[in-house]
Design a protein around this ligand. Structure first.
Ligand code: UDX
Length: 452
């Protein structure tokens, strides 16, 4: 054992500049702070969190040299450069911190996209843990990609899309992440994965009852501790983590709607659509005759600033029944009595937030783990409807099935049951409660080993 009286338990959390990663990372920081750790959030200048919302944390900005997330040549031009640009800054800062504060034992917890932090920790002989903000079910599907690529099966042929993938039940080929990604981009993605070493442990924002068999598979695959601590959005009360300003006026609009009558529509922080998809979505919502709250993120429609491409006559048609906004206080929206369904791209945070509030979903995934999450929501957990094509009549049908028909009522019952199960995981005897306790002990044990 080291001399514990001399040890200050300090965690450096290295966050990535994506909203869907930053939010759960800040929630994790909050949770670990409540367990007595001091928290530093190392973050890129791009998409910085607002320090005034988190006075209990120290913030370390890293100069990344990007002014926006660069989707062109994402892996090579953006992610690799981002990691290269931040590495020495973190290393210098931590080396200084170690020198100045001799009684400080530091553990690095880093977002999986910020793999440079693992190299830095290794160089400085600090323990490091990776944090994953995607679903656990995504990983076996992701790990299968290089094999499918070597077998010449990627991109997936149209004739295969509806078929089940052997060994990955219940996923069909169409549910595989990146199933239509161009070969060159896939190769870059695989090359990047090669650079990422196996960490000493993984913290996963998930709940055992949701993904038990996948977590078992992953524990066998990685052979390291995996702490399934989630849903983080429920485990701690965290102030706003949004990069964009939340439009809170939508809450007073929701107050005026009938219970469980509103469909809330949002595709998260990154997904985009073209003008045709926008028009189909708009007329689908309008023709459903149900009230709706629709987040159209600025820039999310290709080539537009905001809603200038909305079809003519749409705003008049939906007056009083529909509300279009730039960014919503999503967790408050999902908790509102008027919301009866969530049309989502099935990002993992949105999925967990919807489950936490017992809101059934319309699933329209775009890429990555969203496709796997969509399959689980609609097929495994049966709390979501899959919207296969973005076509106005199919949209009307899906909204009415979810909000009006008995099918939707059954889904809501199941969603409510899942909400209760997710809550139970957080309290004494629950899986996430235990995983958090185990994680705290693991960090402490790591500190003891490194301080000897
Ligand atoms: C991405 C991936 O899609 C996701 O699957 C991955 O696991 C994490 O990164 P994103 O696409 O943005 O994230 O989706 P999601 O994971 O759902 O995160 C979006 C977050 O933004 C949620 O926490 C949601 O509450 C928030 N949000 C979204 C708002 O607060 N307001 C909005 O109007 C829209």
């Amino acid at each position: 054992m080291g001399d514990e009286s001399k040890i200050c338990k300090s965690l450096v959390l290295v966050a990535s500049p994506f909203q869907g990663h930053m939010t759960p990372m800040l929630q994790l920081g909050n949770l670990l702070h409540s367990k007595g750790f001091s928290i530093t959030i190392a973050h890129t200048k791009l998409n910085s969190p607002d320090p005034s919302n988190h006075p209990e944390f120290e913030f370390l900005p890293l100069y990344d040299n990007f002014s926006a997330i660069d989707p062109s040549n994402y892996f090579k031009n953006f992610l690799v450069k981002l990691n290269d640009n931040c590495k020495m800054q973190l290393q210098d800062h931590l080396a200084k911190k170690i020198k100045e504060e001799k009684n400080q034992m530091i553990t690095v917890i880093h977002d999986n996209a910020m793999y440079f932090a693992d190299e830095v920790a290794s160089n400085l002989k600090l323990p490091s843990i990776v944090f994953r903000s995607c679903s656990a079910s995504y990983m076996p599907a992701y790990l299968a990609l290089p094999i499918l690529h070597a077998e010449g099966k990627l991109p997936i042929q149209d004739s295969m899309l509806q078929k089940l993938v052997p060994e990955l039940h219940p996923l069909r080929y169409k549910d595989l992440p990146f199933n239509n990604t161009p070969t060159e981009l896939l190769k870059q993605m695989f090359a990047l994965s090669e650079r990422i070493r196996t960490p000493s442990a993984i913290i996963w924002n998930t709940v055992d009852f949701l993904e038990h068999s996948m977590l078992t598979k992953l524990r066998q695959h990685y052979q390291i501790p995996i702490f399934d601590i989630g849903p983080l959005n429920e485990m701690t009360k965290c102030p706003s983590t949004s990069f964009l300003k939340e439009d809170i006026n939508c809450i007073s609009w929701l107050d005026k709607q009938a219970p469980r009558s509103v469909i809330y529509v949002s595709l998260g922080s990154l997904a985009t659509m073209d003008e045709t998809e926008l028009a189909e979505t708009a007329w689908g919502l309008a023709n459903s005759k149900q009230p709706f709250l629709w987040v159209v993120r600025p820039g999310s429609v290709n080539g537009s600033e905001w809603i200038e491409f909305l079809p003519e006559g749409f705003m008049e048609e939906i007056r009083g029944r529909g509300h279009v906004l730039k960014w919503a206080p999503q967790k408050k929206v999902l908790a509102h009595f008027a919301v009866g369904g969530f049309w989502s791209h099935c990002g993992w945070n949105s999925t967990l937030e919807s489950i936490s509030e017992g809101v059934p979903m319309i699933c329209r995934p775009v890429y990555g783990d969203q496709c796997v999450n969509s399959r689980n929501l609609s097929y495994t957990w049966r709390v979501g409807l899959e919207l296969e094509y973005l076509e106005r009549n199919l949209i009307v049908d899906a909204i009415r099935r979810l909000l009006v028909d008995d099918e939707g009522k059954e889904m809501r019952k199941r969603a409510f049951f899942m909400k209760e199960k997710a809550k139970n995981a957080l309290y004494k005897g629950g899986s996430s409660f235990k995983a958090l306790k185990d994680l705290v002990q693991f960090i402490q044990a790591d500190i003891d080993i490194h301080s000897n």
